[in-house]
Write a protein that binds this ligand. Structure first.
Ligand code: CDP
Length: 241
């Protein structure tokens, strides 16, 4: 019987803490961590660099079929420098967090052709298992067979505050109201798009992180994962799956 590695999917709206938690859990379990948002951000970076109209699905789809995307894991334990992402050999890890990308990424991520082109890549990244993959449609479209699915929520106000603080810390001179506008707009586009919208998969576990600290959420999630691992190992030992 084949014993594949565990697949953990995390979905949820903007600035809900998926990345922080995803990296923490992956580090704790020794799993690979894949931030699919970084892929959409990297594509947006290239679209803007080439002055392509963000509504031009044909041109963007063409760009995606040509793009060379690489994600490299860094062998250190620091969460804010956990991996690097390259577009055609150029390191864009920092630049894809620029508010200019926030402003445009959802317009590109809503294009069905682009999403379909990226399905294979994301599934391939997950094929060996022992992976934490986060995004908007991981549990619903990309990896519906995931062993454990989490859907994160937190109040809109808290998410806006978190993202604002994060951007200020990174040195961006950005207005709170603009961060608010971008997050609300992004969530709206992400959840209302026709193809692969942001939704909670039926079998996803809801994690509300409003007013909870990182350690509390992490412990809760790790407990769920460990319980599931035990249950699965028992089943494998007894030849049930
Ligand atoms: O970190 P944050 O929550 O702000 O967003 P992100 O995870 O970096 O994702 C950036 C954008 O990419 C989202 O607002 C979506 O428009 C898009 N995205 C998506 O459509 N599907 C995914 N699986 C991941 C991201």
């Amino acid at each position: 019987m084949k014993k594949n590695g565990l697949i953990i999917a995390i979905d949820g709206p903007a600035a809900v803490g998926k990345s922080t938690m995803g990296k923490l859990i992956a580090r704790e379990l020794g799993f690979l961590y894949i931030d699919t948002g970084a892929i959409y951000r990297a594509i947006t970076w290239k679209v803007l660099k080439n002055n392509i109209n963000i509504k031009d699905e044909e041109m963007i789809s063409h760009l995606v079929s040509d793009i060379r995307l690489n994600i490299e894991r860094i062998n250190n334990q620091r969460l804010n420098d956990y991996y690097r992402i390259f577009v055609d050999g150029e390191d864009v890890t920092g630049e894809i967090r620029n508010p200019r990308i926030d402003q445009n990424v959802s317009q590109i991520a809503r294009l069905p052709k682009v999403r379909k082109q990226l399905i294979c890549l994301q599934r391939k990244l997950a094929e060996k298992g022992n992976i934490v993959m986060e995004g908007r449609d991981i549990g619903s479209v990309i990896l519906p067979q995931a062993d454990i699915k989490f859907y994160f929520t937190a109040s809109e106000e808290e998410r806006i505050k978190r993202r604002y603080k994060e951007l200020i810390k990174k040195g961006y001179n950005i207005d709170y109201e603009l961060v608010k506008k971008q997050i609300i707009q992004r969530d709206k586009i992400d959840s209302k798009r026709k193809y692969a919208p942001l939704i909670k998969a039926k079998d996803a576990i809801l994690i509300n992180s409003t007013k909870k600290n990182i350690e509390e959420v992490k412990d809760k999630i790790l407990k769920i994962i460990r319980k599931y691992k035990e249950y699965r190992e028992n089943k494998i030992e007894n030849n049930i799956i």
